[in-house]
Ligand binder design. Structure first.
Ligand code: PLP
Length: 417
């Protein structure tokens, strides 16, 4: 049998995988990955500057994760946390409580994805509070399904029903938040510490802290969604610590599982225990994903990955500055740690740059209300050389697209974000 090419694999995907879960930018079809590199079937290597939208925080196939998962799957202490406990899930819950000492007498919900962690947090908030309202921000993304989708500014602004009592406010418009909180009827404010899918918007220093002060002054719970930029990516273990904000509830996902489905919501017992049996997913808290999560947390500490993100982040900030010079297609660049945004002149150019970068050997996707911001969330273990190679590729891709290297028809099949 002739081995399939990357193109064959991609075509086969179209014949079998529902587009309901497609968010495609180019026909990538890697067959293996290690660290920050993905490899296609013919051996072509791609530097992954997205890290699977941040899910590959510790990189692909990290040896600690491989070992922990292999061990746990060989023992399988049950496959669910619903009606029995298991040592891996219990230890992960304990690790997570210790990771967020800001929350006193905390309890942990373990889930599969950022979406269900946020949904479970919201259900608990609703049960614990008699206040009817919620606030989230325009351009925010808290999940692609269920209750988390209904508080995501991106979806609600595009016509999906908002949650009952939801008010959307421009991102970190503190005057507006103060006005809304003054009614003393808001149960919770949900915030991303960096507005990621909304265009990689990094708040001014102190804004999150002020938001947290406002919430506490009005006895409103502050839910900080660390799903994308948490766990070391900003150079801080928690992004909310960049300016000393104090959350009431924190949610994690993506990188927490080392590539496996795993998420968590951590909040005070009085909230997280207010709605018994309200968020039930049979295999959530299974020992295999929990073991992966413990290995990830251990790796973050052992390899000082937050510090590494900070050091590489300084380099990235400098490189993004040079990328901008002399390129009218680049409107703005933003970064903090290993979160970066490159705002380009329009959506069509951005789609072509992402496509061209893939042709040249880098994976980068775009976000933002105008679909014109390349988002960088590479694995925190990326080497300096790989990061430099990835940025060089983006630089070349921008120049190539300006020279007309990618036809409209080539990107037309990919709906992008
Ligand atoms: C900030 C944030 N929260 C929640 C989610 C949802 O996570 P998941 O796709 O794992 O459900 C995402 C996904 O992009 C996100 O960026």
């Amino acid at each position: 049998m002739i081995a399939p090419s990357a193109g064959d694999l991609y075509a086969a995907d179209l014949a079998s995988v529902a587009t309901a879960q497609h968010l495609r930018f180019f026909p990538a079809a890697p067959v293996s990955g290690r660290g920050a590199l993905l490899t296609e079937v013919d051996g072509r290597e791609l530097v992954d500057l997205s890290g699977s939208w941040g899910a590959a925080g510790v990189g692909y196939a990290h040896p600690n994760v491989v070992e922990a998962v292999s061990d746990a799957v060989g023992r399988m202490a049950g496959a669910s946390l619903l009606s029995s406990t298991n040592p891996e899930a219990l230890a992960l819950a304990e690790d997570l409580r210790a990771l967020v000492p800001e929350i006193e007498d905390s309890r942990v919900y373990l889930g599969h994805a950022g979406s269900d962690a946020n949904a479970a947090a919201l259900r608990s908030v609703r049960a614990a509070s008699d206040r009817p309202r919620l606030i989230s921000f325009e351009g925010s993304y808290h999940g692609g399904l269920g209750p988390a989708q209904h508080v995501s500014g991106i979806y609600v602004s595009s016509g999906i029903a908002g949650a009952d009592g939801l008010t959307l406010v421009p991102y970190l418009d503190l005057d507006r938040v103060a006005e809304e909180l003054a009614h003393n009827d808001v149960a919770a404010v949900l915030v991303e510490p960096i507005l990621s899918d909304g265009g990689v918007v990094i708040p001014e220093h102190g804004a999150l802290r002020q938001l947290s002060d406002l919430c506490h002054a009005h006895s409103t719970l502050l839910v900080v969604d660390e799903v994308k930029v948490g766990l070391g990516r900003t150079g801080f273990l928690h992004a909310f610590r960049a300016d000393g904000a104090v959350p009431d509830i924190v949610t994690f996902g993506k990188g927490l599982g080392g590539g496996l489905p795993l998420s968590a919501a951590i909040g005070p017992a009085q909230v997280m225990n207010a709605a018994t049996s309200s968020s039930l997913l049979t295999t959530a808290g299974n020992p295999v994903c929990a073991a992966a999560g413990r290995a990830v947390l251990r790796t973050l500490a052992e390899e000082s990955l937050p510090d590494r993100a900070s050091v590489l982040g300084h380099w990235l900030t400098g490189r993004l500055g040079t990328l901008r010079k002399g390129r009218p297609e680049v409107l703005a660049v933003r970064s903090l740690g290993l979160v970066g945004g490159i705002e380009l002149i329009d959506a069509k150019t951005t789609a072509k740059v992402a496509y061209r970068a893939w042709e040249l050997g880098a994976v980068v996707y775009y976000v933002g209300p105008g679909s014109n911001v390349l988002e960088l969330t590479p694995p925190l273990v990326i080497s300096e050389d790989e990061l430099a190679r990835g940025l060089d590729i983006i630089d070349t891709a921008i120049a190539d697209v300006a020279d007309g290297a990618v036809d409209d028809a080539v990107v037309a099949p990919y709906q992008g974000w």
